[in-house]
Write a protein that binds this ligand. Structure first.
Ligand code: FAD
Ligand code: ZN
Length: 472
């Protein structure tokens, strides 16, 4: 029975306990800002349910009151998707307390988890079972599997294992009216109609609240080779990718591009990091894994790189001789985003184009941007193996931050128009959130937008789930 005179807050407290409905400004503060401090919002409360049943009751109560709900996981998202708007009308639904590994099924190679288990804890649970959950990204200590699903996170092993979308067999979600959809199936084959779980993956909390997932596990790697190769230009990096795919097949797990400036920035903010191949324009960090014992992987990677040096594709290369050295090379790559944040203003792009089009895209974008914004510095890095670059533009050294950021929209237009011209995507892995809502309208066809709105209206007719995100 719902007491219609009770406030929403008191109804929520009756569901989750008063201690888990936060209303004081100081308690709300951490939930109202994204990790980069770019988006700030307000909320009437933060509510922290402990179970799927509690999430269901919370959503039903909010929906009955037509109160917007903003799901929040680890709050590491890049597009302001987990930050409420400035109206103060929303309830932030934090899944902090839902962090149970529900089941490990070694024979089915699956792991069933609550939405708020961190990615690092999922990886650990897989490792404890002698297997691998391959999703990997720099925020893995804080981001959550619910957030990973909701953003269809990519990361550094997509080349071999695919995006989150490819790593999920089942989803449990709470719908906009509070009903629970139990889609926690561990099936690799199931052609019984529409694949509903995919609707909730990449939906950024606009179609339902993900409360649990069945994840695919893989054999754990028994051999690993990690190497850094220096190349003269991006054409050479693309050629190296082709050569390594031919010689290593799907054992090539990661293929990351870093410009010299990206490496320099990373080292400026973590000076203890190595600089094994100084003086080159571009670098590729690559990793190959093999699951078989006595694998000849290390020798094969060495031979492939030697052949690439011989043929002039690669200028120089080093292969990590220990796990520690491999870790340092990855830290060099993974620290770039944080180094940029500390270094000063920058305009970020998370774009993809077909791998073959990357060199031409970069050449054309550099010409257009340099003409428009003289002195601009290009901090180009990312998942070249997937055709996905973090194509970031930093202010000239010593430039006025505000004046530089005033050019952001102009820079976005140049970059995104070129991405579209090359058949690419303006958001390869970080999603849309509030950041790219307007850009989405510009670059998606009317038919595609109609379909998206139709799905949103069907699943969330009153628009209570994360309003103002993805779709305007
Ligand atoms: P949040 O930030 O809390 O939320 C993200 C979105 O999902 C929001 O719209 C939110 O409303 C929604 N959401 C969260 N949980 C749920 C749920 N249970 N149900 C429904 N909706 C929900 N991303 C990549 O893809 N690849 C990378 O390589 C990568 N590298 C990163 C490196 C750093 C240093 C950082 C800080 C971030 C990086 N990211 C990367 C972005 C981010 O880590 C991912 O988007 C991650 O998947 C977000 O998870 P989260 O739990 O922090 O989600
Ligand atoms: Zn990335």
């Amino acid at each position: 029975m719902i007491d219609i005179h009770a406030t929403l807050e008191s109804r929520l407290a009756a569901i989750v306990g008063a201690a888990h409905v936060l209303c004081a400004d100081a308690d709300l503060a951490p939930y109202l800002v994204d990790w980069r401090g770019r988006y700030r919002g307000r909320a009437r409360a933060v509510v922290r349910p402990r179970s799927t049943a509690e999430v269901s009751a919370v959503v039903a109560a909010c929906a009955a009151a037509r109160t917007p709900i903003v799901p929040q996981g680890g709050n590491t998202g890049q597009c302001g998707g987990a930050t409420p708007d400035g109206s103060g009308a929303a309830v932030v639904l934090s899944l902090t307390r839902m962090n149970r590994v529900r089941a490990v099924d070694r024979d089915n190679a699956t792991l069933t988890v609550d939405a708020r288990v961190t990615l690092a804890a999922v990886q650990q649970a897989a490792a404890d079972a002698g297997m691998l959950f391959p999703l990997s990204l720099a925020a893995e200590g804080s981001c959550t599997i619910g957030g990973n699903l909701s953003t269809n996170a990519g990361g550094t092993a997509v080349l071999r294992y695919g995006n989150t979308r490819e790593l999920v067999l089942g989803v449990e979600a709470v719908l906009a009216d509070g009903r629970i959809w139990d889609g926690l199936r561990g099936l690799r084959k199931d052609n019984t109609g529409y694949d509903l779980k995919q609707l909730f993956i990449g939906a950024e909390g606009t179609l339902g609240v993900v409360t649990g997932a069945v994840l695919k596990l893989f054999p754990a790697p028994r051999a690993r080779a990690t190497a850094l190769a220096a190349v003269a230009d991006v054409d050479a990096a693309v050629s190296l990718l082709h050569e390594l795919k031919s010689s290593l097949g799907d054992r090539l797990v990661g293929f990351e591009l870093m410009s010299a400036l990206s490496v320099a920035l990373s080292r400026r903010h973590l000076p203890a990091l190595p600089d094994p191949l100084p003086g080159h324009a571009w670098y590729v960090l690559l990793q190959a894994d093999d699951c078989t014992a006595d694998s000849p992987l290390a020798a094969q990677v060495e031979r492939a790189l030697a052949a690439a040096i011989e043929s002039g594709i690669v200028a120089d290369a080093v292969i990590a001789q220990s796990d520690g050295q491999a870790r340092e090379l990855w830290t060099l790559r993974e620290n770039i985003a944080e180094a940029q944040r500390r270094d000063g203003p920058n305009v970020k792009h998370d774009i993809s184009v077909p791998v073959s089009a990357i060199p031409r895209f970069l050449g054309e974008a550099a010409v257009a941007l340099t003409a428009a914004l003289p002195g601009l510095r290009f901090v180009t890095f990312g998942h070249l193996g997937d055709g996905n670059l973090h194509y970031n533009l930093a202010a000239p050294e010593g430039a006025d931050a505000e004046a530089f950021m005033a050019n952001a929209a102009h820079a976005n237009r140049i970059v995104h128009d070129l991405v579209a011209a090359h058949g690419g995507s303006i958001s390869a892995e970080h999603g849309v959130g509030q950041l790219k809502r307007a850009e989405l309208v510009r670059y998606k066809s009317a038919v595609e937008l109609d379909l998206m709105h139709a799905i949103k209206t069907a699943l969330d007719p009153y628009g209570v789930l994360n309003p103002g995100k993805v779709l305007a």
